[in-house]
Write a protein that binds this ligand. Structure first.
Ligand code: ZN
Length: 176
């Protein structure tokens, strides 16, 4: 799912700016462009760097020879190289500032993972963690991936990245 790129003013609280800025600066050649953020991030923890990784494309939408596998924007305004193959997980982890486990974003993510598990494996139960059952029964929502707080129905922007505005019937972003 494509996401809106962050700006320097809205640099994610879950990214270590110094560590991102210390990565090699990517050379984006003429004719290349940087795609929407979000690479291999399905069910990753809230604000994990995978949500912010951006692919590099040529005019035909292919990955150009010699281009970085993915880039991350630093607070210096530059795109930095993230190798998506070897050692990707360790590298992303080194850029990550996890939220506390009792943070609302983390709790919403746990509910989403529980719901996903229950959907894929109907016989699976959260076991002794009874709170998961309550979380998993809430409606699907994905605000926690990149937003700091769950929006109210009045303030919800909807899922702008896929052009789906908030509706009272069902909103994928806030889960109302
Ligand atoms: Zn909404």
């Amino acid at each position: 799912m494509a996401r809106i790129p962050y700006t320097i003013d809205t640099f994610p609280v879950t990214l270590d700016a110094n560590a991102v800025n210390a990565l090699p600066v990517a050379k984006i050649k003429e004719g290349w462009h940087v795609g929407s953020p979000g690479m291999g991030c399905f069910l990753d923890a809230p604000g994990f760097p995978s949500y912010y990784l951006q692919p590099v494309y040529d005019a035909r939408g292919n990955t150009p020879r010699g281009a970085p596998g993915a880039v991350l924007r630093g607070t210096d305004g530059a795109y930095h190289v993230v190798d998506t193959l070897r050692g990707r997980d360790a590298l992303l982890r080194s850029l990550y500032l996890p939220l506390p486990v009792d943070h609302p974003r983390v709790q919403a993510w746990i509910g989403e993972v529980a719901r996903h598990m229950a959907h894929c494996y109907p016989d699976w139960t959260p076991g002794s963690v009874e709170a998961l059952e309550g979380l998993a029964s809430e409606k699907p929502a994905c605000w926690w991936e990149t937003a700091d707080e769950k929006p109210s129905p009045e303030t919800c922007p909807g899922d702008r990245s896929i052009n789906r505005p908030h509706t009272a019937a069902h909103c994928q972003w806030c889960g109302i």
